[in-house]
Write a new protein. Structure first.
Length: 151
């Protein structure tokens, strides 16, 4: 991701889900939405991807209205279509029909001048899984601190 500039990340997704697979999709935006995204005014919290009528729809993403957009601004919470090939959509439909899998947007970034969304095929974590991950991270931090102080 040398030429990719990350605009927004969904940190809650990594906390709540195991990410089994990632794929890249384009997103259909209006002109004022692109300007808001360039300004970094996008929120991925509590968003997900729905596969309806053979299309991938991004739901729950909040893109703040552009200040200078007046009548051209769209609804900030409107569903947005993701741009994927038919075979990718069919494969995702097969994956999500398995019990416990869902599609979650992980990050939004620029690839050259295009806005892209990284979608994760995710399984939900249980509360004890989340606690064990936090405990392991805390233990790693303590070890690194001890090594740093030992030198």
């Amino acid at each position: 991701m040398a030429d990719n500039r990350i605009i927004s990340q969904n940190k809650k997704a990594f906390h709540d889900y195991y990410v089994d697979e990632e794929l890249e999709a384009g997103i259909e935006l209006s002109g004022t939405e692109v300007k808001s995204v360039r300004a970094g005014r996008i929120n991925l919290k509590d968003s997900y991807v729905s596969l309806k009528t053979g299309e991938a729809i991004l739901i729950g993403v909040h893109i703040s209205p552009y200040e200078h957009g007046n009548i051209f601004n769209k609804d900030p919470e409107r569903p947005r279509r993701l741009l994927l090939h038919r075979r990718e959509i069919n494969r995702l439909i097969g994956l999500t029909q398995q019990q416990g899998y869902t599609l979650v947007p992980l990050r939004v970034y620029f690839k050259k001048q295009l806005v892209k969304v990284s979608i994760g095929v995710c399984r939900g974590k249980k509360n004890y899984d989340k606690r064990s991950v936090l405990a392991a991270r805390d233990a790693q931090r303590k070890m690194e601190r001890a090594i740093k102080n030992y030198r």
